[in-house]
Design a protein around this ligand. Structure first.
Ligand SMILES: CC(=O)SCCNC(=O)CCNC(=O)[C@H](O)C(C)(C)COP(=O)(O)OP(=O)(O)OC[C@H]1O[C@@H](n2cnc3c(N)ncnc32)[C@H](O)[C@@H]1OP(=O)(O)O
Length: 527
């Protein structure tokens, strides 16, 4: 640690005082020591200030409380009172819009959170909420500062309460850039998006040593709570990247798709991709045979502006796609079944993933486009015992509660409860469309014939021929593409090549949509 420059009672002139201030500021900027900076770099990590520089527009950072120091005592703390107290807080701009930020400085007490450190975070969170601007946390901290005991724990409580108050008011993004244990893992879990970096960031409630002591399981830090674990298995992380630079660049991209707060619309941009561009490729991308898989991502690419979209939870619950994109320059949230994985079925994880996404879109005024090709909910003992009923209900609740413009499009099959849940007209979609390849039904024809014609099939001389005849009858009666349109349950059957134009026209009409929910403290959604 380098010797601290201490401001002392002083009788010099203004020039001398300014020189002293500049020296202190320079010390604050450099941080505790060259050695600590080198150690941080040696781990493949940037310092807190380097990260802030990458996140914000050049020269836009305005720091708050750089001269803050703790007043704790014991365990030698009196002799170690570094400026910033291990967290850098302030605001700047991203793509010209105000964004608040706090960044743990791992070089100071391992970025661990003490009382003064927490109060700095509380202050910047309060300012972000008051200003109605997003908050990005750059996390690289060892949790509660052990020497400060319960004061540190209380500091976390104050962060959690503010995270919850800010939820649905301003976008909150947590970027995990080091080992984040205990309290340092819970705050991100309360925020809208969690970013992680492979190898260098971890999140866990208790580390590998405690896990081994309690359960006997031996696991590495990355095996327990690394980026891939949370982006693929637990669903705690929405995004995972190989390095900090790419990760922070993607945070900037995400911010460009979000409004500053819940009273604003997401930023629109000029669009060079014609609204009337035909999607001829769509006809060959989606096989008519409902049992053949295809990649729904290619369908999305064909429809949206310049084929660009940002997938959220790209590698978790891959049987459903949640993505932010643009149509004619306006931000939309896309929820789409992925027939390539598990035939696009809805299961526990897919329901949770899409429910949180729909909720986020609704909170931040992002219209939702739902693309359906879903054979139903995944049957099975594991799913039932795992609570598919309440998890599926989360998705249902999120859609039913959403007041943003909602458009659904049935590409191919949409069966049973999954059809209802995936934003059917009956739960409040503003406009519903279908391609001429759609099959909307309670279940597939084979299953349906086995239930309703069971006796005829069993008593027939040739049960297989009878089953085939009954399947045919069921299909022609109930599963033709115009059955739902005749009943007004879809607003139109559209030519697939015109999908982009239809969606853009519909969204333009819905832009002024206004809907109020009945007054209440809050709902009681299934959890
Ligand atoms: C509510 C809650 O938050 S409970 C959770 C409380 N936190 C914890 O249990 C985590 C304890 N710390 C650790 O397990 C490890 O330090 C890790 C995994 C975070 C980081 O490990 P490493 O990268 O090897 O760093 P290392 O252990 O050397 O720590 C770096 C510095 O931070 C200090 N430090 C680490 N954790 C803490 C802490 N919680 N409080 C105070 N100082 C800490 C270390 O003493 C060390 O200080 P030094 O540079 O003066 O020697």
């Amino acid at each position: 640690m380098t010797t601290m420059i201490e401001a002392t009672p002083w009788d010099g002139d203004a020039y001398g005082r300014v020189a002293e201030l500049r020296a202190i500021r320079e010390q604050v900027r450099r941080g505790p020591s060259e050695r600590a900076t080198e150690a941080q770099h040696a781990k493949g990590k940037l310092t807190a200030r380097e990260r802030i520089e990458l996140l914000l527009d050049a020269g836009s950072f305005h720091e708050v409380e750089p001269l803050r120091r703790h007043r704790a005592s014991g365990f030698g703390l009196e002799a170690r009172r570094p400026y910033t107290d291990g967290v850098i807080t302030g605001w700047g701009t991203v793509h010209g819009r105000t964004v608040f930020v706090y960044a743990h400085d791992f070089r100071i007490f391992g970025g661990a959170l003490g009382e003064a450190h927490a109060q700095k975070i509380h202050k910047i969170m309060d300012k972000a909420i008051a200003a109605g601007a997003p908050l990005v946390s750059l996390n690289d901290g060892a949790g509660a500062r052990i020497q400060e005991g319960v004061s540190a724990l209380a500091g976390y409580g104050g962060i959690f309460q503010r995270n919850t108050r800010a939820s649905g008011v301003i976008p909150q993004i947590s970027v995990m850039l080091g080992p984040c244990a205990g309290g340092a893992a819970y705050s991100p879990a309360l925020t809208d998006f969690v970013f992680m970096v492979r190898e260098t960031s971890q999140m866990f409630i208790t580390g590998p040593d405690v896990v081994q002591a309690v359960t006997g399981e031996k696991v590495s830090q990355n095996g327990l709570g690394g980026a891939d674990v949370h982006a693929e298995t637990s669903g705690v992380a929405h995004f995972a990247y190989d390095d900090e630079g790419t990760c922070i660049e993607e945070v900037r991209y995400l911010l460009s798709l979000l409004p500053s707060n819940n009273r604003q619309m997401p930023p629109a941009v000029d669009c060079q991709d014609p609204a009337t561009r035909r999607g001829d490729a769509l006809l060959s991308l989606v096989p008519v045979d409902g049992s053949r898989p295809y990649d729904m991502r290619k369908v999305i690419e064909e429809i949206v502006d310049d084929g660009e979209f940002l997938e959220v939870h790209e590698r978790w619950a891959t049987n459903i796609i949640c993505a932010l994109s643009r149509l004619d320059g306006q931000v939309v949230g896309i929820v789409a079944n992925q027939p390539q994985t598990l035939a696009g079925v809805l299961d526990i994880e897919a329901s949770e993933k899409a429910a949180r996404f729909v909720q986020m879109c609704d909170a931040f005024n992002i219209p939702i486009v739902t693309l359906l090709d879903v054979p139903g909910f995944l049957p099975g003992v594991d799913q039932e015992h795992g609570g598919i009923i309440r998890h599926g209900a989360k998705l249902l609740y999120a859609y039913c509660n959403a007041t943003v413009p909602r458009i659904s499009l049935i590409l191919r099959k949409a069966y049973g409860g999954a059809y209802i849940v995936m934003d059917s007209q009956s739960i409040g979609a503003d406009l519903t469309y279908a391609w001429p390849t759609n099959e909307i039904a309670v279940m597939g024809a084979e299953g349906a014939a086995n239930v309703i014609f069971r006796r005829q099939i069993a008593e027939a001389d040739d049960p297989d021929a009878m089953r085939a005849a009954m399947v045919k009858e069921y299909k022609s009666e109930l599963m033709h593409p115009y059955y739902a349109a005749e009943r007004g349950l879809v607003d139109d059957v559209i030519d697939p090549v015109e999908t982009r134009e239809v969606l853009i026209r519909s969204l333009a009409m819905l832009r002024t949509k206004h809907a109020d929910l009945p007054s209440r403290k809050h709902g009681n959604p299934p959890t």
